[in-house]
Design a protein. Structure first.
Length: 72
């Protein structure tokens, strides 16, 4: 079952590209909304669950993002 149309998937792909360029090492994630924006576009089109971590330094700057587990 697909949640999105082909057009919507293309839009999500473009949004994912834009967000991945912005949310790179060093960007500050200072609020839950910042974190949500960082992962929402990547996770929205998935038909399975993913569990991951976002590592920040003591100034809330992004160090690393990694998916640890994927559901079925």
């Amino acid at each position: 079952m697909t949640m999105f149309t082909q057009r919507e998937n293309r839009i999500l792909d473009q949004a994912r590209d834009i967000i991945s360029r912005y949310y790179q090492r060093g960007v500050q994630l200072c609020s839950p909304d910042d974190v949500r924006r960082c992962v929402m576009v990547e996770l929205a089109p998935l038909e399975h669950e993913e569990f991951g971590i976002i590592l920040l330094d003591n100034q809330n700057q992004l160090l690393h993002r990694e998916i640890l587990f994927r559901g079925r």
